[in-house]
Design a protein around this ligand. Sequence first.
Ligand SMILES: Cc1cc2nc3c(=O)[nH]c(=O)nc-3n(C[C@H](O)[C@H](O)[C@H](O)COP(=O)(O)O)c2cc1C
Length: 217
Amino acid sequence: MSDRACESRRNEERNIEADLTQLPWVQAYLLLIGSVVPRPIAWVSTTGVDGVNNVAPFSFFNAFGAEPVILGFAPMASDDRPQKDTLANIKASGEFVINIATEPTLVQMDTTGKTFPPEVDEFSVAQLTPAPSLVVKPPRIAESPINFECKLFSLVPLGDGQGSATLVLGRAVHLHVADDVLRDGKIDASLLRPVARMGGPFYARPEILPFRRSDRA
Ligand SMILES: Cc1cc2nc3c(=O)[nH]c(=O)nc-3n(C[C@H](O)[C@H](O)[C@H](O)COP(=O)(O)O)c2cc1C
């Protein structure tokens, strides 16, 4: 066998061929979060039936429509936590706020990703300021420059048991954008400084490429 063929076979042997229908969920999860990158981060604020506010980040997150404006994120289930506080609060109240996670608040956002009992208010733990929302009951995170006030649109169960998720789709009914992330009336990413989740424990910041979408001005 030529050196070249041998090299190619060795490379093939180093590939990952994963049967995702059979793989234990943690391994599938690790491959998933390493592959789908960078992921934007929904920093979700909710209020429990007991009136306790809750904040948590979710990187299984994106936007899905503009009329109506739909945002979605997905809390996962594990054996020790079949239902996260965020999901329980949304099921009970039908309301939440998606705050955009930014670099100046990276450490605080990361702190709110730790597990706290439902009676703990992560606004206090992470020294965040609750700002009143206009339409929904849960407060916005004042330190986040973009806040979408959302009403629950639908819940989509995605499997059951460990590793499963619930897709939470919210209709955004009101948007706040702080003037300090605006340039000429438009949201400027260099002022917004959003952060994203990568694989493993890593975060990223976006870099604008010199190439522009060719069908847009
Ligand atoms: C940057 C970041 C992104 C996260 N993304 C998700 C996610 O998409 N889905 C999920 O279930 N947990 C995610 N987590 C973990 C939750 O934030 C964590 O379980 C949190 O404790 C949930 O809080 P809650 O019980 O108050 O809802 C993420 C954590 C961090 C730090």
